[in-house]
Design a protein around this ligand. Sequence first.
Ligand code: ADP
Ligand code: ZN
Ligand code: ZN
Length: 692
Amino acid sequence: MYAQVIIDITNEALDRPYTYHIPEGMHVSAGDRVSIPFGNSRIPKNGYVISLSEQSAYDEDKIKDILGVVSNAISVKEQLIQLAVWMSREYGTTLNQCLKTVLPVKKTVRKNLRRIDPMERYREETDEQHILNPEQQIAADAIVSGIRSCFARKKVSPDRTPGSLDLTQPENAGKTQDPPRYLVFGITGSGKTEVYLHAIEETLALKRKVIMLIPEISLTFQTVLRISSRFRGKVAILHSRMSLGERYEQYMKCERGEVDILVGPRSAIFAPFDNLGLIIMDEEHEGAYKSETAPRYETRDVAFQRAKLTDCPVVYGSATPSLDIFTKALHGEIRLLELTHRAKPGSTLAATEIIDLRKELAEGNRSIFSRHLNELMTEALDKKEQIMLFMNRRGYSSFISCRSCGEAVKCPHCDVSLTLHRDGMLRCHYCGYETPRMKLCPSCGSPYLAPFGFGTERLEEYVKQSFPDAGVLRMDADTTRNKGGHERILAAFRAHRADILIGTQMIVKGHDFPDVTLVGMIAADLSLSAPDFKAQERTFQLITQAAGRAGRDREAGHVIIQTYQPEHYAIQLAARQDYRIFYEQEMAFRKLMGYPPVERLMTIQLQCADENLLDAVSELAVKEMSGYCAACNAELIGPLRATVYRVNDIFRKIIYIKHGSHDIIIQLRDQCQELIRQHDRRSQILLNFDLQ
Ligand code: ADP
Ligand code: ZN
Ligand code: ZN
């Protein structure tokens, strides 16, 4: 017997399977981690077996023996290997890197530390079960019938097909019909979670497993609480703030079949379940579902790919679906299930008002709060109701600049200004550089340095001054750095131990606080001015989600949106919670500009510390690419400087390729990579691909 092995080395050139002989009596299966001799080195290397074969095309005496199976390592499920193969092709990342992404990191929890079972804090509360309303029932019925039809056509478990792995066409591996996909499109509080719970119940009754994805930042006890109290003892969770050891333990519970459900952020899609029956992806539109590091995968696509490999339904859910998913739903590729009103009797959507900050200023109000917001805050505090204030920038001020020469104080390693924090430190939000606030301008020596703009810290200070009797909590990346920081703040606010919660976007996601009646968006324009074609979409989502926080219970809620661009359609339509009109307007814009999802966009980022090499190579690559692109009618843009050109003393250039066809864009990406590598013989340029 022979084994095809991927060597565990980060080197594109070696990223292909090598054939090894399996010695008599050794047990090796696909997915095992093995020790093998490689090249002239006397030190053995490790590798992953991706397939087995009876025969080999190579000369028998040139083939080396596998030295042994690395004990204690997890053997990867074949399905996950197939997923890694697909990801490697789709996202232009080495197979080795993709295998590492789909595999858990083995780590043992240090025994001498006092440990809390991560499920412990989710134990006390119980969840009330509801009788589904007619819309929920229709949605649940549709999903249940999908679960059953997949179950019926799955005769044997297809997760194990030893030794046969078609590397060339992983997506066609013996599959004819795509599994069904659903979009539960329901306003905030319409009872989507209740529908998921119903679908999970059905899946468990058929003895199948469930992956439930929730975006990282909203991964708080609320969703987990409901699922774990409904399915006691059957749930494992992954959590970005868990230690590697804790994660590994949760992962092994899935592997050993001790649990039926894995709840977690995007990496939970790689749960080692044999017998998967359902994938749920809540808040499908969330940015946190996209991996920031290579492979820069889009979880919704990986989820569909995994569903195809295992043949199970995928349920996407959102109040503000991504344009991509909603387009597919309108085209009938995904079944659209709509929930149009709030599930809780008596609960209605909050009244939303847009406040024009230009007018406030013109009428002499220079404070952070408009007069109306100020009034409503006073009123809510009098009535002992809770308030959430949302401000999409952390820190004290956005930058400090010199009144004499006009220069902003910048990071010495990056092309961005430093953010002032309340502890008197200036910090770079890109590379983490920090320095105490200086007295004199670094450019001209003038003493007139002043902070401009404001962030959550300054907002907090301001609120405490204006409302000295109110209890204030702040939640942003700075206050949640510690383990359990999120939960502590949210639990305190939920228990009404504070009146006002201030925070960045992490407070607007999916949290259910019954006593919140007022939500204030202090500067809705911050996200609108982001240099990204998705800025409008993100702004619309943020406002809609934030608005959904008010009046979750019986009390009618108020939402105040402060902005300098009150007439902007993203703000207007979000205030009206009119997703469909927004979708049409935004799609018209994307069509006009040829942006995704109308066309596919490949972003190729080149990073290098040597600016001259970067210039030369990117110019050459684009020159040579232009022929290829012209031949297939693809648009080629660049090389351009990245929005922040220098980060951590590394320069970054961008090449864009646009085309309507996914396959052509992948082909062009590969050609471009090849050209760049030809000119960059010593691999000094780091390449990053992003497919949208
Ligand atoms: P979503 O996930 O869409 O935001 P949830 O599932 O969290 O909505 O439901 C919002 C609130 O309505 C929750 O407090 C939930 O307990 C309640 N709820 C859900 N379904 C029903 C129902 N059929 N009848 C009454 N209350 C419901
Ligand atoms: Zn100056
Ligand atoms: Zn920096």
